[in-house]
Design a protein around this ligand. Sequence first.
Ligand SMILES: [Fe+2]
Length: 319
Amino acid sequence: MKELEEFMETNTGSQVGMSVSAVAFSNASTVSHTSDRLLELDPGTCTDALGRQEFGIRHTVADHPLLSLEAIAELADSLPSGAVERHEANQPLLVPDGCPDLSGPPSETVRTIETNGRWMVLWNIEQVAAYRRLLDAILDEAVPFLPAREGGMGRREAFLFLSAPRAVTPVHFDPEHNFLLQIRGLKEIHVGRFPDREWERRELDRYHNGGHRNLVEIPPRSNTFRMQPGDGVYLYPWVPHWVYNGPAVSISLSITFRTRRSERVEFAHLFNGRLRRRGLSPRPAGESEYVDRVKAGLTSLVAWLLRGCRRQRGARDYG
Ligand SMILES: [Fe+2]
């Protein structure tokens, strides 16, 4: 616990000019698990916040055998090379063009993560049946908590993040709904908020024009979550965030999904990006649900044809 307190003091308020409107923190020693559920979700919080606002959660998968370092090392070697990404762990907060990839046997990067100064992600681990079952078991618990406005859950995907002590993940956003579950070590996640629509649109358009998901500017900080094993955070699609690793190795499991609503907006953004590359100025995504539906339908149809009429990786029926 002393280690956690020192870690908290190190990073709190470390971004000059940023506001902190709330601090979320759960102390593992004061939380007991009263059921065999994998996620502890509050129905009221999910109804109000899912798709709109980040919130802290608790989980019970930190000791799962599939998430031990050795199991992850074996998983890393079994994945296709495109599912393994590695780079130096020590990054500035702003890296708008991303970081150079590193090479070598993936399992070696996992086994030496304590000392190798690396940051590593294993993308789409649901390609391996055992991990797909774990993903489904976790998300099946979340389905009843999904508010009706989101229109059902689909495209389930899971990622594993390993990072060396004191690693920094630059400011970025992701297109998915994300339950980020801390498995090992300490991690501090800062969540930002775009102060206006223009700033948000600038970053979303840049990304959908083919840019990196790392942001160009750091938006004001709105929330901080300090996580130890058993803690987690829900992040809604496109929310800016950045991460400081604690003084030991960190492992986090990212359990993600799309909803009909989030995928409609995402596809409308992709459609707009294609139009902009042809010199057009389309209506921004999110302004008209009807227009977004048409754009999303066309984007989905083109993607399906380009895949040779096959279902998308990670896809599930929305229900
Ligand atoms: Fe992220």
